[in-house]
Ligand binder design. Structure first.
Ligand code: ATP
Ligand code: MG
Length: 515
């Protein structure tokens, strides 16, 4: 909390002298709904030095082609707060197809909202076309926007469609000024999250905005404005109308990006937890559950600080663990006799399936992650089995799920002292496994670097060959060519494949799924 507050003070200092202007502007916005405030380059702190070349290049190319181009959203907000933005979003009056034509390294994605991804290696700049503030958007019976591809030419209309005032500040590449239609700079200065427009309507249009409000509160240490906060608990059930695939992504953003513990506390406060984890009735709110989750999320946040990745299967294992443990105990009691290792394996798998089945109604946990959760729980239960035979220990310590299982037991041992002997026993195996992991990682990186080098050499070779061929190309001009239709088919096919691959790659990276 404290570092954010001190940063806010810093912005105030940098924007010193603007207090009155910002205040008057906010008053105007309250009266009229929207009003433009322009802050010249000398009046704000965003420097091109802090914007990556990839984003600048995208902005400049759009501008040079005669379009308007702005940075907008979390990147402007975070740059003003002195934080490193997670990603850079561009807003333009160019239509998606026009953007796509300008950037060979781009693709159009999205069904609900068509956007363009401009791809620079691992980095993606998201380019969205101005939205229109009109009624042609298709709404469901609950007032939710189902499809909304009506484009506009006005930046003001676009700003009305954004979620919170602090996310609707535009950085203009033309003269490096900031454009603010909703008093976002004023709210940023005061640490306030306020929704644009009527809160009920905006949450009904897209209930995910409620989770976003809570996420930004947790992430930035801000307050939610009263009017923006009031409907949260009342409208929370609308979240059940959101697709479980989208919810899976949102839940990961809440818990895996460095502010998981604070997100958890805020979700609890607004009574969203039971909604997000519906199979946990009677468990959420108990002291044991609370302690376990708090320790686990604090440790995940610590990992983010150390630039280590947090994976979703660990998160879901932690949240579903108490329920699975109860289910396992219940099934064991029902069977009423000592279980063979095979039977125990089956009982745990069945309990995992039931817990994951309950969870699926809210978040679609992908099959591969569900598999990892089961392996992790099997191992975590095995390493606290007092009857484990000595010959099995080496085998268990070699399993990929062993380190995470040990982490879980270690967390639980903080409040379950009977687990301490198990932690002591396995610590040595854990250290060895960690060493093996580090070594394997190094080897993987070496192999990857070698592969890249080979690829580079192959590319160079083929370029040399191509330029040689081009020299003789004119002599072969009469050679039979594929028909135009065939060429089009090949192009479309390859482009679609490329797009699928790149989308999968981007999604895996954003969800921390890469090995
Ligand atoms: P961060 O990237 O740090 O999580 P962000 O605000 O940039 O935060 P994105 O999901 O990258 O979040 O969205 C970029 C911008 O798009 C937002 O700042 C906001 O202006 C707009 N936006 C995103 N989601 C919504 C939504 N559900 N409703 C309205 N506007 C949205
Ligand atoms: Mg963003």
């Amino acid at each position: 909390m404290r570092p954010v507050l001190s940063r806010i003070k810093k912005i105030s200092a940098l924007l010193f002298g603007l207090d009155d202007i910002l205040k008057q502007h906010k008053a105007k916005v309250r009266k009229r709904g929207a009003a433009l405030l322009t802050l010249e380059r000398s009046q704000h702190t965003i420097s091109r030095k802090n914007i990556p070349q990839t984003a600048l290049r995208t902005l400049y190319r759009l501008r040079d082609a005669g379009f308007k181009a702005y940075l907008v959203g979390g990147c402007v907000r975070d740059l003003l707060l002195g934080k490193a933005p997670k990603d850079f979003d561009v807003s333009t009056n160019a239509r998606p197809e026009q953007v796509h034509r300008l950037f060979p390294n781009s693709r159009i994605i999205g069904r609900r909202f068509k956007i363009v991804h401009v791809v620079y290696g691992q980095e993606i700049i998201e380019v969205t076309t101005f939205r229109n503030d009109d009624k042609s958007a298709i709404q469901s019976r609950e007032g939710m926007l189902v499809r909304d591809n009506s484009y506009g030419n006005s930046i003001e209309d676009d700003s009305n469609r954004r979620d919170f005032t602090i996310n609707a500040i535009y950085y203009d590449i033309d003269d490096f000024s900031l454009l603010d239609f909703h008093g976002g700079v004023y709210d940023l200065n005061r640490g306030i999250i306020d929704i644009i427009g009527d809160p009920d309507t905006r949450y009904q249009e897209d209930p995910v905005r409620m989770i976003r409000a809570i996420r930004f509160k947790a992430k930035l240490g801000f307050k939610i404005a009263k009017r923006t906060e009031e409907p949260l608990s009342r409208l929370a059930p609308l979240l059940l109308n959101i697709s479980n695939a989208r919810m899976f992504d949102e839940v990961n953003k809440l818990f895996l990006t460095g502010h998981g513990l604070q997100s958890y506390r805020e979700l609890k406060r607004y009574k969203f937890l039971e909604l997000l984890f519906p199979g946990q009735k009677g468990i959420i709110g108990t002291a044991d559950f609370d302690r376990f989750i708090e320790y686990a999320l604090a440790s995940s946040d610590q990992r983010t600080l150390q630039q280590k990745r947090n994976k979703p299967h660990f998160l879901y294992t932690v949240f579903l663990w108490p329920k699975i443990e109860r289910l396992v105990a219940k099934r064991k009691a029902k069977l009423g006799h000592e279980l063979s290792p095979q039977q125990r394996h089956e009982v745990i798998n069945q309990a995992c399936d039931q817990a994951l089945g309950d969870q699926h109604s809210v978040t679609a946990v992908p099959m591969a992650i569900a598999g990892d959760i089961k392996k992790l729980i099997q191992t975590a239960i095995l390493i606290t089995d007092p009857d484990l035979e000595a010959r099995q220990t080496e085998e268990i310590a070699q399993q990929p799920s062993f380190r995470a299982a040990f982490d879980i037991i270690k967390l639980r041992a903080k409040f379950e002292p009977e687990l301490i002997p198990f932690v002591k026993f396995w610590q040595h195996y854990y250290d060895e496994a960690q060493e093996r992991f580090n070594l394997a990682k190094l080897e993987r990186e070496e192999r990857r670097a070698a592969r890249m080098e080979k690829r580079r050499q192959r590319r160079e070779k083929s370029e040399r060959r191509r330029s040689r061929q081009e020299l003789t190309a004119e002599g072969q001009a009469c050679m039979e060519r594929p028909t135009a239709a065939q060429e089009q088919f090949n192009d479309d096919d390859a482009a679609a494949r490329q797009e699928r691959l790149a989308r999968a790659r981007a999604w895996r990276a954003s969800m921390n799924l890469d090995p």
